[in-house]
Design a binder for this molecule. Sequence first.
Ligand SMILES: *Cc1c(COP(=O)(O)O)cnc(C)c1O
Length: 383
Amino acid sequence: MTEHNIPFNKPYVTDDAAAYLQEAVNAGKISGNGMFTKKCHSILERITDCRKALLTTSCTDALEMSAILLNITPGDEVIMPSFTFVSTANAFLLRGAKIVFVDSRNDHPGMDEKAVESLITKKTKAIVAVHYAGVACDMGTLSRLADTYGLYLVEDAAQAIDSYYVEDGGDKRALGSIGNFGTLSFHETKNIQCGEGGALLVNRPEFEKRSEIIWEKGTNRAAFWRGEIDKYGWVDIGSSFLPSELVAAYLYAQLERVQEIQKRRVGVWNHYHQAFETLEGRGILKRPSIPAYATNNGHMYYLVCDSGEERSKLIEHLKKKGVHSVFHYQSLHGSKFFTPHHDGRKLSLSDMYSDCLLRLPLHLHLESQDTDRVVRAVEEYYL
Ligand SMILES: *Cc1c(COP(=O)(O)O)cnc(C)c1O
């Protein structure tokens, strides 16, 4: 019997998606900020406990909105990890910021919080925390730094829906709801998806009003729709950041199922994690580690190989076995675009994860025999 190929990702389509799309079509108004957008906002506000959620057409948009809202201007410095997606940096570069990259942690690809303080200068305006693989950065440390130095804190929580930072006292705070702003992604590779989509989470009252204006192309149209003013006009800069009701309708069908989706993803993650205990125990490769102050949202299962060469061979081996595995970010400080702008500091852990980190298939179409097959294929390579 030939076995089917196991794709790295296969988006999950909820049963209600088609019916909600039809409902949006029937409503006769599919431009943004309609009924489904409002339903998504309230569900996101409930899940994350943020003050205000605004759907956007991507997490990239939400990051760009946060850079506008923070009045980033040329010369401002923004500290963020090098091991992240280009949008984290582009959003602030577009406003003229100088990006200062920080290395990854030894035990985790996320940013080394302890390395941040020495990078702060008089020009530093913001820190962007990226919750890699949905695992919280040490928000206690970052929040203290932001308070001490008067900096803004933005959370790129693209991968981090339904994941939490656990405070010293044991209270859990949703990722994206802690900094001045949080940004979520609903790209089809994320836990909750609508093809392309995102959200800005606004966590401080002083940004609520302006966030809506920037979202609506620099106009006060949202307030007009609510009947708070009798005509609307151009009051600020902005852009078209709202998705249509079709996108919101599809997304709402996913958000309604967030608990079920998360439970199943975490199930696959745990299956991998137990299965790879032996290989890690023998010192052959490293499994993800989740700090005590973080929770696991089952966004990503990755392994860390000993070298880039070993990773390439393993990817090839898995491919022959019908298993599609992929590597991830390449350090932004060493990219073609950024190298001339980098200050020359070595960020060797970010480079190590660029070379050695391997992501395994994780989606809701995986049956337990598929996960077993992936595990066996990895074991075959090593044992
Ligand atoms: C996916 C991702 C983004 C970009 O999300 P889009 O919705 O595709 O714009 C940004 N940052 C991180 C960390 C991501 O994983």
